[in-house]
Design a protein. Structure first.
Length: 586
């Protein structure tokens, strides 16, 4: 029996690792960036000095390793396997049976589904593991000391796990009634002690408010709400009641019947888990999470090669265009992909930490340093109270660029207290109070020149286009800025502004050459004047193609065909086609 349990647990662990790694491996690095574990006494004191502090400390300690692909699935699978292990041990104390895998895995199923939600905090799973462990200890104690143990443990569990203490109190009480314990009526004191602990804790500031002192919402993004967070709290009492009810049923006598009975349950478990993944696993975000991982690590070639048009979204297009800009080919390959207006270059601001991170990356690439810093700080303060290491790195970079060395040094010290980012932070100490080192650095040097040019702009602009119109001429080596500026104007079909910009900037140090897409836009500026085209840098090749395109449009119109369909195969990647047939709102 012992070996059967070990084998079942090991197989469950392997199955979870396989699912997490091959389907959700990029979910874990995405979660990691939303918290920042630090090896300091101050961090430990702050974290442990709150309700659920022990579970939070352990969860953030483990989550720091999520940044390495492959470690997150193993940690999550180990934690959830522990949940399943103690659930079975606790269930057996009630049902006295070992052939109820479906019933015993109800808590595991609910937490497995929650693990796939990036807004869920692993603190809840660790707290649940503590809950089951203490319940198992409770059931192994003699009835005479259970009551004392339960009353003394409840305040401790409130500190260790937070609001999960109420589930412990209810479960211990339910256990006494289901097993007809001689302390079942005196155990009514458990919920009262739990409520008292939560109220006092909230009053003393150990919980943010009464809601987070009592409800599992404390383990979810405080700005959001989902009913799924309650499923695991429902699952444990349901497991206990079903276990007590099935205790009265006669167990299968023959080996064949027992195998069929257990096999059916495992099939149901697999079906429920599969349906949970399909319904609540946020499968539509998997490609976004993969792209986000490549972006944060600067793997621009992988951003481009991993892009496929079967899972289109404005966010993915923004990430792709960012990669093209970093590679210096945004203007060249802009229309090789299905652009849908300027929101495929920059998303609308929606107050979320994820959009703040993306906006910080975009503005930093464009060379608009002050706005990149603003969004980095927005994402930093909107993450877990412990911080956001990805955006803290950006705050180090932007403060070095602007010469705010004391602030940059403070952030570097914070990163030096971490495991994964320590070396990066130490390496950036060489830029502190060293203007020459920043000037000589390939990246920071250009960004500082952009920032200095930005400070000389006479007005403060809130949109990137207005800022870039002033910034690009003043900082001609900001090539990404020029690519984004022209792309914004073209995708917005702002031909007048584009013509003015080209008249003033083309053939200057900021804009040496035009891509074919940019040349095609010049044709639209004056569609009936080939001489104007040539004067403004249009090549003979593009000129000839423009004339052929105009003739083709006339022929298609006379034939009564749909021009958008008839011209797509030959001219679908030209700016003329985008300008004429893309009807997405600007």
């Amino acid at each position: 029996m012992k070996y059967k349990s070990l084998i079942s647990g090991f197989l469950l662990f392997l199955l979870q690792v396989t699912v997490f790694y091959y389907t959700f491996c990029y979910l874990f690095p995405f979660k990691e960036q939303l918290q920042m574990f630090q090896f300091t006494n101050q961090y430990a004191a702050t974290t442990l000095g709150q309700a659920g502090g022990v579970a939070l400390y352990i969860s953030e300690f483990l989550s720091q390793f999520y940044v390495v692909i492959g470690i997150g699935p193993v940690i999550a699978a180990l934690t959830l396997t522990g949940i399943a292990f103690f659930s079975f041990l606790f269930l057996k104390k009630i049902s006295l049976r070992d052939d109820l895998p479906f019933v015993g895995l109800l808590p595991w199923l609910s937490l497995f589904i929650m693990q796939l939600d990036y807004d869920y905090q692993e603190q809840g799973t660790i707290a649940y593991l503590f809950l089951l462990f203490f319940l198992w200890l409770y059931t192994n104690l003699k009835p005479k000391i259970r009551l004392i143990y339960g009353i003394c443990l409840i305040p401790v569990l409130y500190w260790v796990g937070g609001p999960v203490v109420h589930l412990f109190a209810l479960s211990a009480l339910l256990f006494e009634f289901l097993t007809n314990g001689n302390k079942k009526y005196t155990s009514l004191v458990y919920p009262l002690v739990a409520i008292l602990s939560a109220v006092i804790g909230a009053y003393l500031g150990f919980s943010r408010n009464l809601k987070f002192a009592f409800l599992p919402d404390a383990y979810y993004d405080p700005m959001l709400h989902t009913s799924r967070i309650y499923y695991s709290w429902y699952a444990l009492p349901v497991m206990m009641v079903l276990g007590a009810y099935l205790r009265k049923w006669k167990e299968p006598t023959s080996l064949k019947k027992k195998c069929i009975w257990i096999g059916i349950q495992w099939v149901v478990i697999g079906f429920v888990a599969y349906e949970g993944i399909m319904r609540w696993g946020r499968l539509d975000t998997i490609d976004h999470l993969e792209q986000d991982y490549y972006i944060r690590n600067g793997e621009w070639d992988k951003v481009i090669t991993s892009f496929n048009q079967t899972t289109l979204s404005k966010r993915r297009m923004c990430g792709l265009n960012l990669a093209l800009a970093h590679k210096g080919i945004l203007s060249e390959r802009l229309l090789d992909y299905p652009q849908r207006g300027i929101e495929t270059l920059m998303l609308r601001w929606d107050q979320s930490v994820f959009t703040a991170e993306l906006h910080s990356d975009l503005y930093y690439c464009m060379g608009i340093i002050s706005t990149a810093q603003k969004f980095a700080f927005e994402a930093f303060v909107s993450s877990h109270p412990s911080g956001n290491p990805r955006m803290l790195k950006r705050l180090v970079e932007t403060n070095l660029i602007t010469g705010a060395y004391p602030v940059a040094e403070k952030y570097i010290r914070l990163l030096e207290n971490t495991w994964y980012y320590k070396d990066w932070a130490t390496d950036h100490r060489r830029f502190l109070y060293n203007d020459q080192a920043i000037k000589d650095d390939k990246e920071l040097g250009v960004k500082r020149r952009c920032w200095k040019s930005e400070t000389l702009i006479p007005e403060i602009y809130t949109d990137p286009v207005s800022t870039l119109i002033h910034l690009v001429p003043a900082c001609p080596d900001n090539k990404a800025g020029l690519q984004y500026l022209t792309s914004f104007l073209l995708l917005n079909k702002d031909i007048e502004t584009y013509k003015t910009l080209q008249d003033s900037l083309y053939r200057s140090s900021a804009w040496h050459d035009m891509t074919e897409c940019q040349q095609e836009a010049i044709v639209i500026c004056s569609p009936n004047d080939p001489h104007f085209w040539l004067e403004h840098g249009v090549s003979i090749k593009v000129r000839n193609r423009a004339i052929a395109f105009m003739q083709k449009v006339q022929d298609v119109s006379r034939s009564g065909q749909n021009p958008a369909v008839a011209l797509a195969s030959e001219y679908g990647k030209t700016y003329w086609y985008y300008y004429m047939f893309n009807t997405i709102n600007k």
